[in-house]
Write a new protein. Structure first.
Length: 328
């Protein structure tokens, strides 16, 4: 009994040291997931004979993803960096397995994974100056040079561009999420560095859900029928307005943004999320696949779930750096 009480005391002390806004935000997400789970349990009773298996799988996967990310944020920058390094690895593996088909590119594939390790090494070492130029400049130059040294020119330009797009999207853009955890407590952070990351993830995923719900409720006019036939103008605009309102009202709770900076994030982040979604849809249509993998039941692959985040993360990061942070 004393051991149990000791663990409870430690857990209470651990949570008490965390920003109240972060704990409240995580609790809110848990409550929303609980409501969604209850609805999913009731729907088969209200509509017998109709399958809700995909919805059940989606919600179950959301519980797992929320538990993983919430645990990482509460544990600190080391755990968050490890989680996002793993996410980047899975995303890059999915992308390369689908987009790179030449046998002679195998050394470049190995080098791409080495670039991932190096990029996250800069995050661990807190060397932003090196991180910011490593993939966009040095890998951009060095990886094509390596491919040229292999001596194969068939499809060289397209293959080099494919590698660079994959590394920027799956490693560089997702890595900045982990780098936000390195913002020191000396900066004016109402919910700590973890609050910055939490709010990015909340706004990005809320935008995806809001655009989907508005599209289902009132969607009539297709916005990009050749790229993503299920997306509508009504869904896009409804999700945009709803997410902008969420960012405007909750932004000051989790971030140092206010005024022009907050308004700019509220205006452009939902558009960036939509752009990331349809960009990945275009890539999958070009390759001829529906999902990037089956890693997440009900959602598809890691890239299917993180496609919006690959666009919102760098935008949010650089707007924070411009309007709210001194570190970057």
């Amino acid at each position: 009994m004393d051991v149990f009480g000791d663990w409870v005391g430690r857990a209470q002390a651990f949570l008490a040291a965390k920003p109240p806004a972060l704990l409240a935000g995580l609790a809110g997400v848990v409550i929303l997931l609980g409501v969604a789970s209850a609805i999913a349990a009731v729907l088969p009773l209200l509509k017998p004979g109709k399958s809700f298996e995909e919805l059940r799988l989606r919600i179950a996967s959301w519980w797992g993803m929320v538990a993983l990310l919430a645990g990482a944020l509460l544990l600190g920058w080391q755990a968050t960096t490890a989680v996002f390094a793993f996410i980047s690895f899975l995303a890059l593996r999915e992308f390369l397995s689908l987009a790179v088909r030449r046998r002679e590119d195998r050394p470049a594939i190995l080098a791409a994974y080495g670039c991932l390790i190096a990029a996250y090494g800069f995050i661990v070492a807190d060397r932003y100056m090196f991180y910011i130029v490593f993939i966009p400049v040095w890998v951009f130059l060095g990886l094509p040079a390596l491919m040229a040294l292999i001596g194969q020119t068939r499809g060289y330009l397209a293959s080099a561009a494919t590698f660079h797009w994959g590394l920027v999207t799956c490693v560089y853009n997702l890595g900045v999420v982990a780098f936000l955890m390195r913002v020191p407590d000396s900066e004016p952070l109402p919910a700590g560095a973890a609050g910055l990351v939490f709010f990015l993830l909340l706004a990005t995923e809320f935008n995806d859900v809001a655009q989907y719900c508005w599209g289902k409720l009132v969607g009539r006019h297709k916005i990009l029928p050749k790229v993503s036939p299920n997306k509508t103008w009504e869904g896009f605009i409804g999700g945009w307005i709803t997410t902008a309102a969420l960012i405007w009202f909750l932004g000051p709770v989790f971030t140092p943004l206010k005024g022009t900076g907050l308004a700019l994030v509220a205006f452009v982040l939902p558009v960036a999320g939509f752009a990331g979604d349809v960009t990945m849809s275009a890539i999958k249509r070009d390759i001829g696949v529906k999902d990037t993998s089956h890693a997440i039941p009900g959602h598809g692959g890691v890239l299917d779930r993180a496609d919006s985040l690959t666009f919102t993360a760098p935008l949010y990061f650089h707007l924070l750096a411009l309007f709210g942070l001194q570190k970057f």
